[in-house]
Design a protein around this ligand. Structure first.
Ligand code: NAP
Length: 245
């Protein structure tokens, strides 16, 4: 039987650890060749080496127009095509409105919104010519329900939903699908930074009564990347153990 993503080439941003690494791993397991992009190029290269010959690791800052352009052109040069882009890179700078600085606000907006937009723009240039492509943007349940202490992050993640739908409408007739995933609480280095009290309080609000694992997001990404999702575009999938439904 042919693997789900046989012959496909993908880029995953922020993929040296956490959810991005799980996504890159799942895409390789389903037959794709993957470019792992992260701020730390050495960490990206090490993550790729652990996945074997189907992956390559490169340094990329998703907030930089030049860096994202080089990421996409390098990936096309290496693999001859670009079929899947996962805009996953992200940061948090949590603080109450009284304590959040303008720099905290701008950093989060820039990585998530500018980073995702630069990725969509660069990848769609290639994909529209090929008449085929799947772009998957990692939003968050925080962008649906809003979390206290995350006015910056909730705004950015809600913005990714609007961006996903606008891009989906622009690109649908070129054969390029654009979808988003809203993870709930997932066990990664990002959430390990939460206080144990905040983590436990969040976990208690989840109908499934547990945090999710990175590979439970990765499976949904593999589905959206594949032809199993060939009639889906502009969709926003909640992967949250039922939290925020
Ligand atoms: P993570 O463990 O912190 O991983 C994020 C990765 O993105 C890190 O390797 C980080 O590098 C990289 N990154 C940050 N800024 C970047 C930039 N400008 N350019 C390129 N790479 C950059 O986070 P995660 O939990 O796996 O989160 C992955 C995505 O899922 C994020 O978009 C996050 O908002 C979203 N999400 C996570 C959860 C959750 O519960 N974990 C829930 C909903 C949504 P450095 O380590 O060097 O900064």
């Amino acid at each position: 039987m042919t693997a789900l993503l046989e012959g496909r080439a993908a880029i995953v941003t922020g993929a040296a650890q956490g959810i991005g690494l799980a996504i890159a791993t799942a895409l390789v397991e389903h037959g794709a060749r993957v470019t792992i992009a992260d701020l730390d190029g050495d960490k990206a290269a090490a993550a790729a080496a652990a996945l074997g010959g189907a992956a390559r690791g490169v340094a990329c800052d998703v907030t930089s127009e030049e860096s994202v352009a080089a990421l996409v052109s390098g990936a096309v040069e290496a693999f001859g095509t670009l079929d899947v882009l996962v805009n996953n890179a992200g940061i948090t700078r949590d603080a109450s409105l009284r304590k959040m600085t303008l720099a905290d606000f701008q950093a989060v907006i820039t990585v998530h919104l500018q980073g995702t937009w630069l990725g969509i723009r660069a990848a769609s240039e290639v994909m529209r010519e090929q008449k085929r492509g799947s772009i998957i943007n990692i939003s968050s349940m925080s962008g649906k329900v809003g979390n206290p202490g995350q006015t910056n992050y909730s705004a950015a993640k809600a913005g990714i939903v609007g961006m996903t739908k606008a891009a989906a409408k622009e690109l649908a007739h070129h054969g390029v699908r654009v979808n988003a995933i809203q993870p709930g609480l997932i066990r990664t280095p990002m959430t390990e930074a939460m206080s144990p009290e905040a983590y436990a309080a969040t976990e208690a609000t989840i109908p499934m009564r547990r945090a999710g694992e990175p590979d439970e997001i990765a499976g949904v990404v593999a589905f959206l990347a594949s032809d199993l999702a060939s009639y889906m575009t502009g969709a926003v999938l909640e992967v949250s153990g039922g939290r925020g439904m």
